[in-house]
Design a protein around this ligand. Sequence first.
Ligand code: XMP
Length: 317
Amino acid sequence: DWTPYNFVEMTVNDLKEQVGNDKVVLGLSGGVDSSVAAVLLNKAIGENLHCIFVNNGLLRKYEFESVLHQYEGMGLNVKGVDASARFLDALKGVDDPEQKRKIIGRVFIEVFDDEAHKITDAKWLGQGTIYPDVIESISVNGPSATIKSHHNVGGLPDFMKLKVVEPLRMLFKDEVRRVGASLGMNPELLGRHPFPGPGLAIRILGDITPEKVAVLQEVDHIFITNLKNWGLYDKVWQAGAMLLPVNSVGVMGDERTYEKCVALRAVESTDGMTADWVNLPYEFLQKTSNEIINKVKGVNRVVYDISSKPPATIEWE
Ligand code: XMP
């Protein structure tokens, strides 16, 4: 019988045997899969697991600091690398969605490779690949997905010459969560919404500037915090805000304004392949919209996305 408890016991034993006294490098994304993979590996090989958590400058507000802090609290041997400037520089002036993804994937690999190099004698690359990733090849979350989709491009970076260890590759998402829970991991970490590897870059339509990232982080933070405060966060599969590349006219006092519009999106889904928009309470939307317009400078209009997938996608880019 499959139970999370049996799985942990068996996997930890297997990992000990497979990896022995070798060092493993693993990229943490802040998401569920890479985190659970890290905790399992940590249980098996302790300090020989070297985790790298990269800030690409496109994460949610406070995300880098708070997640890094959580990882440290879990006893993981983790290095936080703030490469925001490097990513934002490389993205300057780029407005094509696929181009953005390519650039972010490439810079991630460069940054990760630099860091992996500093860990001498590493023999293995740990990844949080889960079963749907194995069958699909394009996956939903995190650095591991970025690595995979760039597998065949050009010469391999050094870290990709490492042997790969993927302790979750036979599991579905709900099983990963159960394994995480049986390892005593924080329910808040295990219940996190999926978040795309390219982060806010694909929620800022058009070109990306540090100012736009800052505006979207504020908007997103208000939306997500309110979902949590209203007890709605766990009822939603994924939620976020999009910064639209249009200004519209508004009024403040006796002045006309001409400022940005944001779209809020919340969806129900099981695997991200299809999704329905969530019927959030009007009062919630009303309060959240007011709060965003009052608090976030440069935004004078909020709309709610009522499109389902298909034919719309979850992200706007
Ligand atoms: P779409 O927008 O295609 O999104 O309906 C489906 C799910 O995939 C996530 N997503 C991505 N994840 N890299 C990722 O790691 C990407 O380039 C990417 N694009 C979309 C999206 O957040 C949703 O969960």
